[in-house]
Design a protein around this ligand. Structure first.
Ligand SMILES: [Zn+2]
Length: 316
């Protein structure tokens, strides 16, 4: 396999095939001969709550990632941290956040950054609940507080890379879900300026909902009408203007997401879009379609490439 084939096939799978690395070992070898500058664990869609031993599963994932011989230096939590807040009474939402905060306090020993998920948003799918709409925690406020986030979208620099964390969810009732996967105009303008400010550095974008995904076509049965129609709650409805803005700046190398509980790897116009499964798999009831509970180990290289290893942390 030559280098070009390798890059086309993409990081971890080809790497494992050529040098015999297992997903569990997670040993990092540069895919391109470049210097590795950062190792990250991306844990998304934990969906913790009191049922199905989700707290134990969340703790197991954190322990597994932190027991890696080649230990990640940063955790990125990709959103949908709790089971659901969109359509759930507040008392039960608070119970879920208490579990999240307790497991993190007990287990997390690695610097971490957080991203909002749709299920972290309080009450957007409880339109008739006037009391909840008047609550200061309504919407994204409670999640921002519990996750200790500086803002619903933000950026930071680490190891020569620039990281952008987006808020995928725009309030919308055109469907029955309460949100649309779209960057509001204020955030889009911020993203444009932020990418301009990161000129010359490789950029990693973290969003909860995929900007581009092939798994989105298979998440549900979309083929019945004879037309592929991917709902705007599954994949960013504004993917076109986002990819155009990425092309204008030319520094975005990789985009990480979750939401679908499925794993894919799409390269489009020089940007690699990685959907990295779910820590909870099928909501703590085994697999979702072909994908069991998992997290991703990501190796960031100085030349702007990334290697990915999906980890079966339960050994199932
Ligand atoms: Zn989600």
């Amino acid at each position: 396999m030559n280098r070009r084939d390798f890059l086309q096939r993409g990081g971890a799978l080809a790497l494992g095939a050529t040098v015999g690395l297992s997903a569990a070992s997670g040993q990092a070898v540069p895919p391109t001969g470049s210097r590795r500058v950062l190792r990250v664990a991306h844990l998304t869609d934990v969906h913790v709550g009191p049922a199905n031993d989700a707290p134990g599963g969340m703790a197991a994932a954190l322990r597994h990632a932190q027991a890696q011989e080649d230990r990640p230096e940063l955790f990125l939590f990709g959103g949908d941290c709790i089971g659901d807040a969109l359509g759930t009474p507040k008392a039960h939402v608070l119970e879920q956040w208490d579990i999240w905060n307790r497991v993190l306090a007990d287990e997390l020993k690695t610097p971490a950054r957080m991203c909002l998920g749709n299920h972290d948003i309080l009450g957007w799918n409880r339109r008739d609940d006037a009391e909840l709409r008047a609550d200061p925690h309504y919407g994204k406020a409670l999640a921002l507080e519990r996750l200790g986030m500086p803002a619903r979208y933000y950026s930071f620099d680490q190891a020569g890379w620039h990281f952008v964390v987006l808020d995928s969810m725009e309030f919308w009732h055109g469907n029955n879900q309460g949100y649309l996967a779209r960057l509001d105009d204020e955030q889009f303008a911020w993203l444009d300026a932020d990418l301009a400010g990161a000129a010359g550095r490789p950029v990693c974008v973290l969003s909860h909902i995929p900007i581009l995904s092939v798994a989105a076509f298979l998440d549900g049965d979309l083929a019945g009408t004879g037309t592929w129609v991917v709902p705007g709650a599954w994949m960013h409805i504004d993917a076109r203007r986002i990819k155009d803005r990425f092309a204008k700046h030319g520094n975005v190398k990789v985009c990480l997401s979750g939401h679908l509980h499925m794993v894919d790897d799409v390269t489009y116009l020089g940007v690699r879009y990685l959907c990295n499964g779910a820590v909870c798999g099928g909501w703590w009831k085994g697999k979702w379609q072909d994908f069991g509970p998992t997290y991703a180990l990501l190796d960031f290289y100085a030349d702007g490439t990334v290697g990915r290893t999906m980890v079966d942390y339960r050994g199932e």
